[in-house]
Design a protein around this ligand. Structure first.
Ligand code: DOR
Ligand code: ZN
Length: 416
């Protein structure tokens, strides 16, 4: 048995413990002291469940000048993410079973971490045939990929998803409230796609929230969290928590829904650290520097972030701004629960997806450190705590902070 030792986050607190990992990569024993053929002692470092990122765009197939499945999942691993859920706006977009099956075959053997895939049914009758998708994405407004669903079709799609017992993730902006003219800078972008458009779209989910489990992607502000009807879960992103339109990012900070004001960001952070918002997801959405360097109005929206989310949040934990329990819940346990996968917590029987991090080891976040294919990050120069080691089903995928194994990631079985 392989033994991994350290200060383990187990049942809500940190304790010096040994984890015994069986041949299938599951945690088989949790004890004060365990002996095995192979022992790795992380000493004072903290052992946490690997993060589960419910919202990434790995751009594969079709847009691999921005990212590909190997480069994107490698960056995930560097940042302590051991499972990703990939969005359907790849090319061709995952709207039909044939396209989903092709994407599944194409990605096999190429991921550094485990993964599941979303589909974006455009009509209710497509839903049942997309059984291999772990969850569905519905875009209420146009954003990258042109997958906006006819408003009239939304209730039936959600209903059908409910019958399949699948989570429905919604990009919630009301298209009728978006300005016809695009903004010319970050502030203008926020005005052109205002908070009210988010609020209205999120509240409108009350109509459908009884039919399926509905989840709101990327809530940008407190008002968006407040608008969520009872039973609808919400997600916040590191860019809305740590960046706002006062930053000199130009189009590198352009994202949908937009970065808001400093006051909005601070209120979102306060709410989040107090327990509002179910999960953190990166909405990792890389575009090339060339695309981002053009005129602001024409630049595509989206920022990379899968490798920087955990380091940023861990840094805030070290600073005393957020509880470890809250971090683990929002980045690992809750997202795994929402997807219905056996990940996200350290328990006997769960997959040994783990990270070891020394919170005292603070680094600067750089595109180079993240190995981003797009070669930029909106968090450049900010502080982060990166994991020293990351394990996927008990096998090391990151050692001394560097990726050591590609191709071990698997498509997770979907439980209906
Ligand atoms: O900013 C965004 N970028 N918002 C989205 O909804 C899609 C994403 C992308 O795929 O680039
Ligand atoms: Zn997205």
């Amino acid at each position: 048995m392989r033994i991994i030792r350290g200060r383990v986050f187990y049942r809500g607190r940190l304790e010096p413990l040994s984890l015994g990992i069986d041949e299938d990569g599951r945690i088989a024993a949790i004890k004060k002291v365990l002996r095995g053929e192979e022992e790795v002692d992380h000493g004072e470092a903290v052992i946490l469940p690997g993060c589960v990122d419910l919202h990434v765009h790995m751009r594969d197939p079709g847009l691999t000048d921005k990212e590909d499945f190997t480069s994107g999942t490698r960056s995930a691993a560097i940042g302590g993410v051991t499972t990703v859920a990939d969005m359907p706006n790849t090319r061709p977009a995952v709207t039909r079973p044939r396209i989903l099956e092709d994407k599944i075959s194409l990605l096999r053997g190429r991921a550094c971490v485990d993964y599941v895939l979303y589909a974006a049914p455009q009509e209710a009758r497509a839903v049942a045939s997309l059984a291999d998708a772990a969850a569905f994405k519905i875009y209420l407004a146009e954003s990258t990929g042109g997958l906006q669903v006819e408003p009239g079709a939304v209730p039936d799609i959600v209903d059908a998803a409910g019958r399949e017992k699948k989570l429905v993730v919604v990009h919630a902006e009301d298209p009728s409230m978006l300005a016809r003219e695009p903004g010319r800078d970050l502030r203008g972008h926020s005005t052109a796609r205002p908070k009210e458009a988010e609020q209205k779209a999120i509240s409108s989910l009350a109509r459908v929230s009884a039919s399926a489990r509905v989840h709101v992607a990327h809530a940008t502000c407190l008002e968006a969290l407040d608008a969520a009807p009872r039973g609808v879960t919400t997600e916040v992103t590191p860019h809305h928590l740590f960046l706002d339109w006062t930053r000199p990012l130009g189009a590198q900070g352009k994202v949908n829904p937009p970065l808001r004001s400093r006051e909005d960001r601070e209120a979102l952070w306060e709410a989040f650290r107090a327990g509002r918002g179910d999960i953190v997801a990166s909405d990792h959405a890389p575009h090339t520097l060339e695309e981002k360097d053009g005129p602001f109005e024409e630049a595509p929206a989206g920022v990379p972030g899968v490798g920087s989310s955990f380091p940023l949040l861990m840094r805030r934990m070290r600073a005393g701004d957020i509880e470890l329990q809250r971090l683990v819940s929002a980045m690992a346990t809750r997202p795994a629960e929402l997807l219905g996968i056996r990940k996200g917590s350290i328990e006997v029987g769960s997959d040994a997806d783990l990270l070891a991090v020394d919170p005292r080891r603070i680094e600067r976040i750089t595109a180079k450190r993240l190995r981003a294919k797009c070669d930029w990050t909106p968090f450049e120069g900010m502080e982060g705590c990166f994991p020293l080691a990351v394990y996927l089903r008990g096998e090391p995928i990151v050692e001394e902070g560097e990726p050591v194994a590609d191709g071990r990631g698997r498509l997770l079985p979907v439980s209906a």
